[in-house]
Design a protein. Sequence first.
Length: 226
Amino acid sequence: MLTGRKLALTLAFTALVAVAFGVSCRGFFTKNSLSSIAIQPPSPQVQVGQSTGLQAWGTYQDNTRSQIKSGVVWTTSDNKTVSIDPNTGEITGEGSGGTATITAAAQGLSATATATAFLPNVTGLTVCTGAFDTGTCPASTWIISGSVGGTRNYYAKATSNSTTVDVTTVATWTVTPTPSTGSIQCTNSGTSPETCTVANPTSTGPYVITVTYPGVSPVTANITVD
């Protein structure tokens, strides 16, 4: 049986060991801090008038990865196109659609994603030349000299719930095939009309502008470079 003096010494020794162990642990084990964050999904799409949730995921110094469920601040570059709840990361499609940059920030780090708001019940997608409702639809073949080059304006229109809408800024514009010399490109600038350019010089041959919009089949316009 321990005497009072021996018991006191034993308890004191135990306390010293505990303190030493704590100091040792703090010396050997460093905090597993956040090294980067990412938004999921990276390119979200949401129908105008509807909402969907985004998530922030963190990668830590030990290379583990998990969802960050608190302490994230969410912002949008354009509340009139894609609004967002700053606390939950829920986005809502606004107006007539378009794109906005979404930012998630946590612990001094940030990540971005491009969110697209699109109209419901879209039918009759058409690519036209000129400016919205003043040009020619559908766009005729653009015949141009590759040794001169030039630009042409296009727009995309669609019918949504019996209303004709300019969807140029929401659509994605691509040109195929990629020419071996020079370039043909559409800017995807987020403005209407969309400007497509044939640079000087550009290889001769047929090219195709493909316009893609969420929820409807892509449409095309032709370019002939001679």
